[in-house]
Design a protein. Structure first.
Length: 243
């Protein structure tokens, strides 16, 4: 039974991925900063382990992965987004989003790779975003970080290509998660639109005219876990937004 670790596992895409990988027979550990949210997911999902971890902190990552043991599947899902026009983006905001979205992916991947390489097998799936494939206004720091995740994905994929390990990225469009709920709240607060209008605006980015569901992202992650010949790819889950 392969051991899967999912960062940002307390809600949304992380929780959906955990449910899917459990159904596929994996042993699952959820990581996140909030013990309460992890405990809530364990109560919902059942047989999962939980481990508090701040992916942006090197010592926290080292301690967390030392505690959970060998990892056969890593899903780097932890992420954060904040909005601001570039000229009002503080260095603190810029660095915080790079730390969580990009450095966190690097630290967690670095923690599991030695074990995967020693076993001659492993899967790393980075949950990036369509913001890794295109630009969006008012989220320059987030776009930069997610573009960095894609570059990191491709570089790692080449390094491990002959060693039984694959590294890929999943790039969801606007997905029904807390991040998108917060985006809708920001639109409402700053524009005076209703929640329904804000939701419709985000859904229009998808040619299918809807928000992606976390389970659809989980389906793609699960496929990549089983796809030995797919490596270094960015799989968009966005209804055609990035064609």
């Amino acid at each position: 039974m392969k051991h899967a670790v999912i960062t940002g596992g307390g809600s949304g895409i992380g929780a959906a991925v955990a449910k899917r990988l459990l159904a596929n027979g994996a042993r699952v550990t959820l990581m996140g900063r909030s013990l309460a949210r992890l405990q809530a997911q364990r109560a919902s999902l059942g047989d999962v382990a939980i481990q508090v971890c701040d992916v942006a902190d090197e010592a926290s990552v080292a301690a967390a992965f030392a505690a959970v043991g060998d990892v056969g599947i890593l899903v780097n899902n932890a992420g954060q987004v904040e909005t601001a026009p570039l000229h009002k983006t503080s260095l603190d905001l810029w660095q915080r989003l790079l730390n969580v979205n990009l450095t966190g992916t690097f630290l967690c991947s670095r923690a599991v790779l030695p074990g995967m390489l020693a076993l001659g097998q492993g899967r790393i799936v980075n949950v990036a975003s369509t913001a890794a494939l295109k630009g969006y206004a008012y989220v320059a720091a987030y776009c930069a970080a997610k573009h960095g995740v894609l570059g990191l994905t491709r570089a790692m994929a080449l390094e491990v290509a002959t060693k039984g390990v694959t590294v890929n990225a999943v790039c969801p469009g606007y997905t029904e998660t807390d991040i998108v709920a917060n985006a809708m709240a920001t639109i409402v607060a700053k524009t005076g639109r209703t929640a329904a209008q804000a939701r419709a605006e985000l859904a229009r980015a998808n040619p299918q005219g809807r928000l992606i569901q976390p389970e659809e992202v989980a389906d793609t992650v699960a496929w990549l876990v089983n796809a030995a010949g797919v490596n270094g790819q960015a799989i968009a889950v966005c209804g055609g937004e990035t064609m």
